[in-house]
Design a protein around this ligand. Structure first.
Ligand SMILES: C[S@@+](CC[C@H](N)C(=O)[O-])C[C@H]1O[C@@H](n2cnc3c(N)ncnc32)[C@H](O)[C@@H]1O
Length: 229
């Protein structure tokens, strides 16, 4: 998909499903998404004095989890106005600001944050290398990027179950509840395509990060990639 078209389509889709996003997320993943965010943050080993930018923050679940773990300075960035509005409603107790921007063009000064997090957002970026360049620029030295993203399990049986679930069950339930026809059809298509084509570790190293490591969770249903500047 062409970058500009993808940008507009993803933005439109999240604006359309925002009001049902949290419910669908927890319902369709049977709540395991909450565990995945917690685990990704634990693996990051957040330090005292963390200044966190949660990119593609959506309704803010990753940022809220970080706040519960003691992070006090948190900023959110997302290009969907409706997702950000819900984040604001859920999190007026979070110190920081949410901005409506694309991950590819973060309007921040150089080297101002210690951590960047992205949960289930990178797959939707219209230009991943450009976004990683932007992350590298705004992170301080030794700063970390933590990415949580779906991946295809390697086990054959799990792969078939995953395909059945994502292609048949999820689009149907997603469509019925969100009333958006394309939302949860796009998800499975993009997970398979993404998994085959995109190597996040390689892209992060190419963007200048000195270390990048991937860890698979829950039989490879999701990956956590952590990179250090
Ligand atoms: C699946 S939601 C994830 C939200 C949240 N991080 C979570 O864990 O629930 C993906 C979010 O990424 C945002 N997004 C996608 N591409 C983006 C981009 N290029 N720049 C900024 N936000 C983007 C969407 O608007 C949406 O809110």
């Amino acid at each position: 998909m062409n970058g500009e078209i993808k940008k507009q389509e993803v933005k439109r889709m999240f604006d359309a499903i925002a009001h049902k996003y949290d419910f669908l997320n927890h319902f369709l993943s049977a709540g395991i998404d909450i565990y995945w965010r917690k685990k990704a943050l634990k693996l990051t080993r957040l330090k005292p004095g963390t200044i966190l930018l949660d990119v593609a923050c959506g309704t803010g679940d990753f940022a809220i989890e970080a706040k519960k773990m003691g992070v006090n300075k948190i900023f959110g960035a997302d290009f969907s106005f409706n997702m950000l509005s819900l984040f604001k409603k859920k999190s007026d107790w979070i110190i920081g600001k949410n901005v409506q921007v694309a991950a590819e063009f973060l309007p921040l000064k150089n080297e101002v944050v210690t951590n960047i997090t992205v949960a289930f957002g990178v797959r939707n970026f219209y230009d991943i290398p450009l976004a990683f360049e932007s992350f590298f620029r705004v992170l301080k030295d030794e700063g970390k990027v933590t990415i949580l993203e779906f991946s295809m399990p390697k086990n054959f049986v799990l792969k078939q179950l995953y395909r059945f679930y994502f292609h048949s069950i999820l689009p149907l339930v997603g469509r019925l509840i969100s009333k958006d026809n394309s939302a949860y059809t796009y998800l499975p298509d993009s997970v398979e395509e993404f998994d085959q084509k995109i190597n996040l570790v390689k892209l992060l190293l190419e963007a200048g990060f000195k270390e990048a490591e991937r860890k698979d969770l829950t039989f490879g249903l999701v990956q956590v990639v952590i990179a250090i500047k």
